[in-house]
Write a protein of this length. Structure first.
Length: 544
């Protein structure tokens, strides 16, 4: 065993050790373990590791790079919202798959992968704390109820089980009722179905400031995935005091803007525009502030979704929209990059074959909670739902109060083994996507001698990738570099006709255009063509 193989063995050994620890956290990597594994994998696989900034709580945001900064690149991001630590694990597993792929060295010789595993480290570390509550934001001391007092109405663990869940109170004036199909769940009473509310529903805790609103100010910080610029949700809880107010958000945007070679972005998040493509909406795509994908970009998304679904077999069970102020939306609408989001894992519910044809007639949409509980029962997983138990509550004397519900983080963060199965499938697609990236080629070069010292040069510029040079919206975005073709002369050569520099809009797959110059003077000339997201090709011609 040579030294390099021995080093890779040690890395794998440490990964196994890390995964075997912490049963209460489903074998997820802690922040320290994520950082250690990033160091190991980049060092062993010709990568680099850079801190692009620090969180509000002073924790580093690490970006791993495989490949050169001047090559077409894909950025993989996770961990922006604290309620989805599974996204961090999925992104890490995919990074492992990439560096272990047989063609890894060939791939990074021409393409580049960037990985930001934990974009909100302050929220990520909360997942591993003794008291389990879904902290989504960073360490900003936020006044969530805007009364001038920070954290004056926090969450409380009333039944001392180490988890913050839900609290239901029997009350005839309530809007909630026990679900008739699954008594574990509470649902809103529907008056159109003659349903009457029997309970009020709150998060677990006490009304500390006695204003009738429970747990309104836990000082949960800013959710980084609500703090980006596009369609920023002003005054919403967790969105920050203004767009891009947080050091994490600014660091990520600065990084993206400094890397014009990033062609596409994939975000592991509780959002999905990857397995199901958007429908083109001419009205919102053509208004002054564009609010839906442009027509050519929708066609690309259809191609990408088809490729993803061929690899990833678990179908979407719950619609997950791209929210306001999100990273994914900002990457497309403000940066002009193809931007896709997917949770990395969906609960895979076995089909009910007992209903036969009747099953096809049922088109009822089930809630994400109900689907999750069905999956729990199917997989026989325990400790993911907390049974309702009675507690004495000072705010409801003489009333029946119960605490319970789905455990914090449980619904979209399955045990590690389930993520491994999902990434095994989706990594096939990600590797394929690298092959699809655009490449600018200079072809059909032709030199015609018109006079003793006058030459006509003709070339064809072609995109030989299976994806456009960049998103169609990129032509409307200031920071996107267009396809640039430049004629470089030497000595006493003189350009008589044709542009020295030609800037062209995004090229669709196999699309091409022709350029012609008249040059006076013999000798060698160079033609360069491409852009940051395709790479630059060049040829040298001898005029004689």
């Amino acid at each position: 065993m040579n030294l390099k193989n021995f080093y890779v063995f040690l890395v794998s050994f440490f990964l196994i050790v890390f995964y075997s620890n912490g049963q209460d956290t489903k074998n997820y990597l802690t922040l320290e373990q994520v950082q250690q594994n990033l160091q190991n994998l980049t060092k062993a696989n010709q990568g680099s590791l850079t801190s692009i900034g620090k969180s509000r709580g002073g924790r580093d945001l690490w970006v791993a790079r495989f490949g050169a900064d001047n090559q077409p690149a894909i950025l993989f991001v996770s961990g922006l919202d604290g309620n989805h630590p599974a996204g961090v694990q999925s992104n890490f597993l995919w990074m492992q798959k990439l560096v272990q792929s047989p063609n890894f060295k060939t791939l990074i010789a021409n393409k580049t992968a960037y990985f930001l595993l934990v974009g909100n480290p302050d929220a990520y570390v909360a997942y591993f704390q003794k008291l389990k509550q879904e902290k989504r934001g960073n360490d900003f001391a936020s006044d969530d109820n805007r009364n001038g007092i920070i954290g004056d109405d926090p969450l409380e663990d009333l039944n001392k089980d180490g988890m913050i869940t839900l609290m239901r109170v029997e009350d005839a004036s309530g809007n909630y009722m026990i679900d008739a199909e699954d008594a574990r769940l509470m649902v809103l009473a529907d008056a159109s179905k003659n349903q009457v509310g029997t309970h009020k529903l709150f998060t677990e805790g006490i009304d500390n400031n006695k204003n009738g609103i429970f747990n309104e100010d836990a000082s949960d910080g800013v959710i980084i995935d609500k703090n980006f610029a596009f369609d920023y949700p002003v005054f919403e809880k967790g969105s920050g005091i203004y767009a891009v107010s947080e050091p994490e958000t600014r660091a990520i945007m600065d990084f993206v803007m400094s890397k014009p070679n990033i062609h596409s972005v994939f975000h592991f998040a509780l959002q999905n525009n990857l397995s199901e493509a958007y429908k083109y909406d001419a009205k919102t795509a053509t208004q002054r502030i564009v609010r839906s994908w442009l027509e050519k970009d929708v066609k690309v998304q259809e191609q990408v979704s088809k490729g993803f679904n061929e690899s990833y077999k678990t179908k979407e069970t719950t619609k997950l929209a791209i929210p306001k102020g999100s990273f994914s939306a900002t990457m497309y609408y403000h940066s002009g990059k193809f931007s896709f989001a997917h949770p990395g894992w969906y609960p895979n519910i076995a089909k009910d074959t007992t209903k036969g044809k009747d099953a096809k007639m049922e088109k009822k949409t089930e809630s994400a909670e109900k689907i999750f509980l069905k999956w729990l029962d199917q997989e026989k997983l325990t400790n993911q739902f907390i049974n309702w138990t009675a507690v004495n509550h000072p705010d409801f004397p003489g009333q029946k109060v119960e605490v319970g519900g789905i455990a914090p983080y449980a619904m979209w963060n399955p045990p590690f083994s389930y993520l491994e199965k999902s990434i095994e499938e989706s990594s096939v697609f990600f590797l394929k996507y690298f092959e699809w990236l655009p490449t600018t080629l200079i072809t059909n070069q032709k030199v015609d001698k018109l006079d003793n010292n006058l030459f006509r040069i003709t070339v064809t510029i072609t995109n030989k990738g299976l994806l456009p040079s960049y998103a169609e919206l990129g032509d409307k975005v200031r920071f996107t570099s267009k396809v640039k073709t430049e004629l470089v002369l030497q000595g006493n050569q003189k350009r008589i006709a044709g542009k020295k520099i030609d800037l062209h809009a995004s090229l669709q797959p196999n699309e091409s255009f022709e350029l012609t110059w008249l040059v006076q003077g013999s000798g060698k000339i160079t033609i360069q063509s491409g852009c940051a997201t395709t790479g630059v090709s060049n040829i040298t011609l001898d005029l004689k």
